[in-house]
Design a protein around this ligand. Sequence first.
Ligand SMILES: [Zn+2]
Length: 295
Amino acid sequence: MNGGELCDYESLKAAGCICISDDGKPVENAELMRQALEMTKENGLLAASHCEDLNIINGGIMNKGEISEKLGVKGMDRASEDYITAREMILAESVDARIHICHVSTEGSTAMIRFAKSRGVKVTCETAPHYFMLTDKLLEKRDADYRMNPPLRTDRDVRAIIDGIKDGTIDCIITDHAPHAPEEKADFETAPNGVVGLETSLAAALTALYHTGEVSLNKIVELMCVNPRRILGLEIPEIKAGKTADLVIADIDRKWTVEPERLHSKSHNSVFKGMTFTGKPLVTISKGIVRYNII
Ligand SMILES: [Zn+2]
């Protein structure tokens, strides 16, 4: 993850690897990234990129804008994300390789991905529930549980992300699940970035996208189940007699409030704490085994 040299992609592929990433960090050297894309293409791998220019970030801890100025803390300029998103797509086009853009949070990145897709660039991307539900206004609480990377942006970005989901620019909803102990998150300015999201992702998507009439239930299944597996080249499970069950049973109308201490994760750094959702998973069956059941 130092971005200094390429791995042996051929051996990784032979060992069963399907996707490579330095997620958490960008590959700072553009030529090395170009070479990585050449090698992933040659070996049938997918490269996934955390789009962030560290020189532009320069120690920023939240979205750069009105709120960061008000709080007197260093902001992360959206140019940091947009610049590397553009770079990755330019490099992918240059070598005709696939690129997957991780956790899209800005209006600019969404627009550029839409444009690149329309031109036939082999780009796919994802966003997380906090990017289509929440804004940097929450940071006014000076609570590090609302800090992640990329950071919560603005109303305009939230709208752009939802529009990107609706028109197919954004392929997947993921969690970017990042647990941290309460003592790590104690100080607003020095705490590490990241939020937990596994146990709230479906409920958040149902609440913000389905119950608001933005997208259909089938579209949510596509965003959360089908497209991630398709992008990674994994088999897509069918709900059919004789097949092994790999599914979630949810009550799409059940209302519940997120109480972090009741989450199953050992970490409680949920960005949705105190929020009421409509929709709740009741049973999770993985590879035919019931892993979770609250019926
Ligand atoms: Zn990342």
